[in-house]
Design a protein around this ligand. Sequence first.
Ligand code: F6P
Length: 506
Amino acid sequence: MRKKRTSLKRLPAWKALADHSKEIKKLHLRELFATDSTRGEKLAAEGAGLFLDYSKNRVTETTLNLLQQLAEECDLRARIDAMFGGEKINTTEKRAVLHVALRAPKNATILVDGKNVVPAVHDVLDKMATFSNRVRSGEWVGHTGKRIRNLINIGIGGSDLGPVMAYEALRYYTDRSLTFRFVSNIDGTDFVEAIRDLDPAETLFIVSSKTFTTLETMTNAQTARDWLLKGLGGDKAAVARHFVAVSTNAEKVSAFGIDTDNMFGFWDWVGGRYSMDSAIGLSTMLAIGPDHFQSMLDGFHQMDEHFHTTPFAQNLPVLLGLLTVWYTDFFDAQTVAVLPYEQYLKQHSFYQLIHQGTRLIPCDFIAFGQPLNPLGRHHDMLLANVFAQTEALAFGKTPEQVKAEGTPDWLIPHRVFEGNRPSNTILADQLTPEILGKLVALYEHIVFTQGAIWNINSFDQWGVELGKALAQRIIPELEASLEPELKHDSSTNNLIRRYRQMKLKS
Ligand code: F6P
């Protein structure tokens, strides 16, 4: 039994950081760079093949030492060991948290309740690979003998978001003769748009649901089943050729009509948000093939090893996690921007807010040395933007500089940028499946580090569960033919009544 933790604000390192932050707030990044010409080289680290420059942060060596001391006082090392050791660190759900076992090599041993879980992980991976090869080669055909050309993942939350992200990020490596779609929303539009140009005879559905009871997923799966049977003449035997399941619930899978031979399992120690490299990644494997999937797992594993074994001072997830704690607790930062400069990882336009907004938003820039689609000068220009943004955020532009450019006085205040906005820059060679694995594992472990400092269970999900349970109660009230007796609050009651009236108009 772990001893109860002293509250964060009473820890000596936290108190020291609170005092120290008052000094740091007076300093500008311009001064920090001006007083140490080697800062850019010193405040950098490398791990699992990723390079991290964290010099453009509002920190000194003292800050970094104190943050590492805070990690020690919060028992981060023991917590990391507990996760990797299969202890039930998700205490509120009494579960182990073992996404790291999903990418452990075959010969590793990770015990949960005294049983090594690694062989079972590899059995599922082998089964996924056999199935993926059959579909990709055309050996697996649909009910009418046609080759499968369209794959639709039906899932929600962790059973959707990870697969969607991996598909988009690794599109370069996908088999372009196959079409992939992802249905998640219970809004019928999601399903209708996904299938509108598809032939059911060539379409295979992957129903991804840990529980196989989730309302949205099961409703979409049922609709898919109806669509398929309608398109193929109603023969129920077709379901077995056009549906596979990713789940932990064999009974429900079988009741749906899916052959449990075509079910790919996982375990209660895989959290929904951490499941993209479990069987939930089946759509990813179908898209990029088993070999690429394996190199993605290798990437995850390399970052796991780095996190598990590297001293805090060079440990990428620990450093990045601690920096977030620094800005959140002492600078009132409320969010972190993660900015990948790679089209396959998508970019967004909120830079104005980051440069000139009134809240501090620490940024992580992610960039790659080699483009996947080299095109003239494009990549140099892209990378120039990464470096320029970090420079502009850190150093801004002073009134003197603006004036020296001949700017009229009235315009000067508008063109002055305070700067002093912190950022990290992460450089990797190229967006390969392996590197994607490393990056995702990096952020998984950053969250772990923050959870350890703030004493938060990052793994349970009671809030979402509450929403799911309440929806189950409301559905019959919306569908009842007679006016139901409503016992919610007055707002919810009123909204339900209003919706029932609106339904009558259609
Ligand atoms: O309640 C949240 C959650 O359970 C996530 O963890 C999960 O990814 C999502 O809902 C979907 O659940 P399931 O995979 O059981 O359909």
